[in-house]
Every structure is written in C-alpha cells, then in structure tokens.
Design a protein around this ligand. Structure first.
Ligand code: HEM
Length: 150
C-alpha cells in the first residue's frame, strides 16, 4: 500500500493512531482552559476559590496541554517526513492552521499567568467568543487532513 512506503513502514498506522489520540487530549485541554477562565473570572482575586482555579489551570497546563502539544507536533512531523507531503496544498494549509492553534495554546498559557497575578484583562463575553477558535480550527484541520481537498 502506498501509505506504507515511508521509513515508518506499517508502524506509520500506529504513529497516526497515536497522533490522533494526542490530538484529542490537546483539543480537550484547549476547550477546557477558556471555560475554566470564565469560572475563574467570577471569583474574587486572592480568595480560596481563586487559588483553587489557579491550581486546576496549572494542572491542566502541565499534565494535559503542554505534553499533548509537544507529542502531537513530534508525531505529526514524523508523519509529514514519512509521507513527504511538503509540496501539497492541504498540508501547507494544515500547517498554517496548526501554527494558529499552537499560538492559541500559547495565549491560554499567557492568560493563565495573568490570572495567577490577579489580572483580569478580558471580559467574560470576549473569553466565550475566544472559546470558539479551537473548535473551528480543529474542524478545518480534520477536513484538510482527511479529505485533502487540494
Ligand atoms: C501540530 C502539527 C501537526 C502536524 C505536523 C501534522 C501532520 C500530519 C500528517 C503529515 C498527517 C498525514 C499522515 C498520513 O496519512 O500520511 C496527519 C494526519 C492527521 N492529523 Fe495531523 N498534524 C498536526 C496536528 C494536527 C491537529 C492539531 C489535528 C486536529 C485538530 C490533526 C488531525 C489529524 C488527523 C485527523 C489525521 C488523520 C488523517 C487521515 O489519516 O485521514 N493533526 N497529520
């Protein structure tokens, strides 16, 4: 099969399965974090609740978000080298969107640090709107990776 001709051989299917599994973990974290921020916003700076949300967000960042992003990138790049998709349009578009999603990931970490310092720079409405970004990006990325329309 053409899919199995890269350096990974049949192992490519396992790498692809692992890629998708860690994509799920990453997306779960990216959906949860801004939701946590909305709840976090509702409690007073320095309160017990505030400290609890900081701890929850910190754990989400350290246990789910950061490791998943690194693993998704490593496995994704392995698949890209294996398949040699560098000149294909769908892959360029996917790369652009995963860079955007990685930037969003970076924004959540930065916003967490602000909340930890007692800052609340955005309104809840703005946070709820930003919460839509990962869902829309993921839908387009999956279509690009599976359908490969161009
Ligand atoms: C972070 C950088 C990423 C890179 C470099 C990357 C790269 C790749 C490559 C090259 C493939 C094709 C494997 C093949 O069939 O030969 C693939 C498959 C896939 N990727 Fe990614 N990916 C990344 C992130 C993501 C993200 C964030 C999502 C979803 C939100 C995603 C969803 C998928 C899916 C669903 C497939 C399976 C497609 C199929 O077999 O039909 N990837 N990825």
């Amino acid at each position: 099969m053409a899919e199995w001709t890269g350096f990974l051989g049949v192992t490519m299917l396992w790498v692809k399965a692992a890629h998708v599994i860690f994509v799920i973990f990453l997306m779960a974290g990216l959906f949860m974090m801004p939701r946590f921020f909305v709840y976090h916003h509702q409690c007073a700076v320095g309160s017990d609740e505030d400290r609890k949300w900081i701890e929850r967000e910190d754990r989400l960042r350290k246990i789910i978000l950061n490791p998943s992003l690194v693993i998704v990138w490593i496995l994704g790049l392995m698949l890209a080298f294996n398949g040699g998709y560098w000149s294909q349009g769908w892959f360029h578009a996917k790369l652009l969107l995963v860079l955007l999603l990685s930037g969003y990931h970076g924004w959540t970490i930065g916003y967490f640090k602000k909340l930890k310092r007692g800052e609340r720079p955005l309104s809840e409405k703005r946070l709820r709107m930003l919460n839509e970004v990962p869902g829309v990006a993921a839908a387009i990325i999956v279509i690009l990776a599976v359908v490969r329309p161009f």
